[in-house]
Design a protein around this ligand. Structure first.
Ligand code: ZN
Ligand code: ZN
Length: 336
């Protein structure tokens, strides 16, 4: 089969021929890829930033995978060849305390398809039965692949914010890209307050408007003005540079919460500002299997939509370059 391999940092992915994977462990499932989303984390992996997450080259990237069950191990009981599935990217053993709490992403035996194990920038991917979520009828794999990471991460973050999203509140999404355009819709669908999209790129501001933002702006001063000086009750940051961290904290209302989904920058806040503002800062790591299942139900009901563009697997390096240059509006999906 074809696979796009990260063999060396700071180099394009290498398109290689590999043997088709086969079930080895009793709960193994081989999924034929129908679509694999391309994420900023793939860029971070190329830059060598994912070593703390356990990545060691060479590895096939691709962690936003959907497709069809192709082959199953001897003990697999919940999946059969031909079924359309979404792949939950975090490995979840089901036995440790974190897994039993339902926080699969903190599993003691943590692995991640497409980072620490071979992923879906390939014709096939080998995963555990616990990773699978059946697609509702009428939902095509390539259409929902980005939910596996972009969507689940947005959903997990917004679900934690729900008690703060009462009518009359204001939320801000900084960076209306692949994850941001989903977060924005979820804040509208699940919350009762107003949502502002903040982006420096006019195309992404247009996307924000199209996906239901009450207002689209470019900076913290604009948010302060739009809220009559009060600031935002909730800020979700998808860009996560030093600059957006600073802007995100600066635009908070008293008692507000700043939630970062993106990563890369350093958050610097004077403690006096945190105390006076009684502010909260939080981070978000992917989400649980059930988060992804719930999001898929919203998608099937038409409450959340994805903006995607598809490309052949061979175009992976072009797509990564375009993503790095900020030239992708929504999510790019590789279709083998
Ligand atoms: Zn990702
Ligand atoms: Zn576990």
């Amino acid at each position: 089969m074809r696979a796009a391999l990260l063999s060396e940092y700071h180099k394009p992915l290498e398109l290689v021929e590999r043997p088709e994977p086969e079930p080895v462990a009793p709960r193994d499932v081989v999924v034929k890829i129908g679509g694999a989303g391309v994420c900023a984390t793939d860029l971070h992996a190329q830059e060598g930033l994912m070593e703390p997450a356990g990545l060691k080259p060479p590895v096939v990237l691709g962690h936003e995978n959907a497709g069809w069950v192709h082959a199953v191990g001897d003990d697999v009981t919940t999946a059969a060849p031909g079924e359309a599935v979404l792949v939950y990217p975090a490995y979840s053993c089901g036995l440790c305390v974190a897994c039993r709490r339902g926080t699969d992403m903190h599993c003691e035996r943590h692995q991640f398809t497409g980072l620490t194990r071979d992923g879906g920038f390939a014709d096939y991917v080998l995963v555990d039965e616990r990773s699978l979520i059946k697609l509702p009828p009428g939902v095509e794999p390539a259409e929902v692949a980005p939910h596996s990471d972009a969507g689940i991460t947005a959903y997990h973050a917004v679900k934690k914010l729900l008690p703060r999203l009462a009518p009359g509140t204001t939320s801000v999404v900084i960076g209306v890209g692949g994850v941001g355009h989903i977060a924005l819709q979820l804040l509208k669908v699940l919350g009762g307050g107003a949502v502002i999209g903040v982006d420096t790129d006019a195309r992404r501001r247009m996307l924000a408007k199209e996906f239901g933002a009450d207002e689209v702006l470019t900076d913290a001063a604009g948010v302060r003005e739009a809220t009559n000086g009060a600031g935002a009750d909730v800020v979700v940051d998808l860009v996560a540079t030093d600059a957006t961290h600073a802007a995100g904290v600066e635009m908070l209302a008293r008692g507000g919460l700043y939630s970062t989904i993106g990563y890369g920058g350093v958050i610097t806040v004077p403690s006096v500002a945190m105390v006076v503002g009684e502010s909260t800062i939080t981070g978000n790591l992917v989400g649980s299997w059930i988060d992804l299942w719930e999001l898929l139900q919203l998608h099937a009901a038409g409450d959340v939509k994805l903006r995607t563009e598809t490309h052949p697997l061979e175009a992976v390096n072009d797509v990564l370059d375009r993503l790095r240059d900020g030239e992708i509006t929504g999510r790019a999906v590789l279709v083998p």
